[in-house]
Design a protein around this ligand. Sequence first.
Ligand code: E4P
Length: 222
Amino acid sequence: MKFFIDTADLDEIQEAHDLGVLDGVTTNPSLCAKIGVADFEGHIAKICNIVEGDVSAEVVSTEYDEIMTEARHLAKIADNVVVKVPLIKDGIKAIRSLSDEGIRTNCTLCFSPTQALLAAKAGATYISPFIGRLDDISDDGMQLIEDIVTIYDNYGFETEILAASIRHPMHVLESARLGADVATMPLKVIDQLLHHPKTDSGLERFLADWDKLQEKLKETAE
Ligand code: E4P
């Protein structure tokens, strides 16, 4: 399973990258607005310099011609840019054309298995089912992942399933169990994956026992 970080914050991206487990980055207009990105293309270029893996940069156009222009522009920023396109009619049309042009895409805002089927047929590189936002409205985000895995397996689609809108480690665990190709998550969730109270108390005990041993050895030597 690949791990992407879901942020536009360069410090957070650097921190996750330094951990050595980062395979890519997803951004969106809200994440850029959160940190006040002024020069979007320059910012994506900076992210692409930190991370070797795929970096999703989202279009803000909603009509075919404009999406195509914007996507071609974004794709030129760096080889690892993947153009994020919303799952709307003009978006699906654009994904088909971009795929034919060899421009890689991440089809975003997917909330149903049939939407995911359309994105795969259009040739999307990634599909982003938003599991947390479904859970937020008492729907079942994990069921969506399971359905997409089944459908893509049934027909051998190569579109990668990128579990998005991840809120906590259980979303990551369940996505991994179901076979999602990628999980994109905030830095906070990457940290949460790492920590376990028994690891902390176990390490504390090991180090205390080691110190005691050193004390004893020192006393014996004196
Ligand atoms: C995915 O690429 C999106 O940027 C993201 O996962 C959305 O998450 P949210 O529902 O926490 O905003």
